[in-house]
Design a protein around this ligand. Structure first.
Ligand SMILES: Cc1cc2nc3c(=O)[nH]c(=O)nc-3n(C[C@H](O)[C@H](O)[C@H](O)COP(=O)(O)O)c2cc1C
Length: 236
């Protein structure tokens, strides 16, 4: 390691030493979508005495799962880690990021590579609602089973990761609209997570999301200017 780089754990935890203003996360009076999107920040310090009820977590997840997914196959699965003992087990796996302990819950967003096997169930529901004729449903399901069933594992993984990312963002925005804060985490050891939490082989971790009552605001937003990342119509 050169003098200028840090271990993964130091990199992820350095933020706790930074001396940024001691302000609380902004409490939103207005939960208009644009305000919520603007005000959500990754929050890494939480009020550890604040406990979320299972019903509050369920409400966030019910909103998150309204997100779009490839062929509406909804490959996302959620493991909610809330017990103290399980959080203690998670802490070293997530490179000792303190938000694991202090947030109300850590939600492991997982993606099922074989979610396409639910096609019949999902499309039958659509047909039952009268939103699709039975024969069209049969053709859709047969096509999904044929296509997804022949996709390489890598492609199924990619679909699970894309849909898992979309549902994750919807969850984080829902939390902000409810006066809560979140931080998405990719900093964890995937193999150890799967082993410690008995995650079935077909489910792959997309990210961990800590959720709770923020005690200190996250960084102010810094983004590349839109014009540096925007191209219209075609790259030259
Ligand atoms: C997939 C993903 C993984 C991330 N992993 C971590 C992490 O392990 N630890 C952490 O403190 N922040 C993590 N972040 C948060 C980013 O650092 C943060 O989103 C970024 O700095 C922008 O800040 P903002 O979320 O406040 O807008 C992650 C974000 C994403 C999208």
């Amino acid at each position: 390691m050169s003098e200028k780089t840090m271990s993964k754990e130091d990199y992820l935890n350095k933020v706790q030493d930074l001396d940024f203003p001691d302000e609380q996360p902004k409490a939103l009076q207005d939960t208009d979508f644009f305000t919520v999107a603007k005000e959500r920040r990754s929050v890494r310090q939480y009020d550890s005495s604040y406990k979320m009820e299972a019903s509050e977590i369920r409400e966030l997840l019910e909103t998150a799962i309204l997100a779009p997914s490839s062929s509406n196959l909804q490959p996302w699965r959620f493991l909610v880690i809330q017990d103290q003992a399980e959080k203690e087990a998670l802490l070293p796996i997530a490179y000792n990021q303190q938000q694991v302990m202090d947030s109300s819950a850590v939600i492991a967003v997982l993606g099922d590579r074989y979610a396409y096997k639910n096609a019949e169930r999902i499309y039958s529901d659509i047909a039952k609602k009268g939103n699709m004729p039975e024969e069209v449903k049969d053709t859709y399901v047969a096509s999904i089973m044929q296509n997804y069933g022949n996709f390489k594992e890598e492609r199924l993984s990619r679909i699970a990761a894309i849909d898992g990312g979309i549902v994750s963002q919807q969850l984080m925005l829902a939390a902000k609209a409810k006066g809560l804060d979140t931080v998405p985490m990719g900093g964890y050891d995937e193999a150890k997570l799967k082993e410690a939490f008995n995650i079935p082989e077909n489910l792959e971790p997309v990210m961990l999301i800590a959720v709770g009552k923020g005690a200190k605001a996250g960084f102010e937003k810094t983004r590349l200017p839109l014009d540096d990342i925007l191209q219209w119509n075609k790259y030259e």
